[in-house]
Design a protein around this ligand. Sequence first.
Ligand code: 1GP
Length: 253
Amino acid sequence: MSLLKEIKHRKEKRKKSLAVLVDPDKVSDMNELSALTSLAKECCLDFFFVGGSLLTQDNLSRVIQQLKDNCDIPVVLFPGNSMQISNNADALLFLSLISGRNADFLIGQHVNAAPLLKKSSLEIIPTGYMIINSQATTAVSYMSNTLPIPPEKYSIASSTALAGEMLGLDIIYLDAGSGSDQEISPKMIRKVRETVSVPMIVGGGINSALKATQALEAGADIIVIGNAIEKNPNLMIEVSDKIYDFNKSLNVH
Ligand code: 1GP
């Protein structure tokens, strides 16, 4: 089954998932990844996402290969730009930054990447990417040269997600920005959830099992955690346990 089909299938069953974001710039030694993958196997992690707003280390492919060598968990590229492509991954979130008005991140980078992606074996997952934050200075806002949607502007966010769905995007990703001190609020997630029916990914600033649970209960199908698991790997266990309990209560585990 393709990953997108699997994600849609899980959503239909109301089953929740966790993705751990690996920023290749923060990996200085490939051996560091073995502890992470051991923990991920123990937790039955659903996905690794790999990427960043800016990569300077030229190790994207090696990081992905190391993850693949260590475990069978699907690796999904979460690219900051069209240079972040690697055939070693399983799939790529083909992100159109629909919360912004920068044509380059709506379609320009995609034109550069499309011929390469066509030749690759990557599964391409069309994704409406929305930055929601009160700060205009997160790395992703700065690098994409776009303004985020303000956190209280529920109807702007819902209408943006709806337009993305109507344009045929298969997934909506709500991101507060990596390392954000303010995660996407449950109210915002709920408002967008009520408006669209495609699977929803939510990330940015989730740094506790409570915040993870609140995001999932509000309607996120997949939550993404990067920084907080780098600082405290045991959070992966705590959040996975919550997701396990949640999914078990649906009788679909
Ligand atoms: C950012 O959603 C991801 O794009 C993860 O963010 O690193 O804050 O968990 P964090």
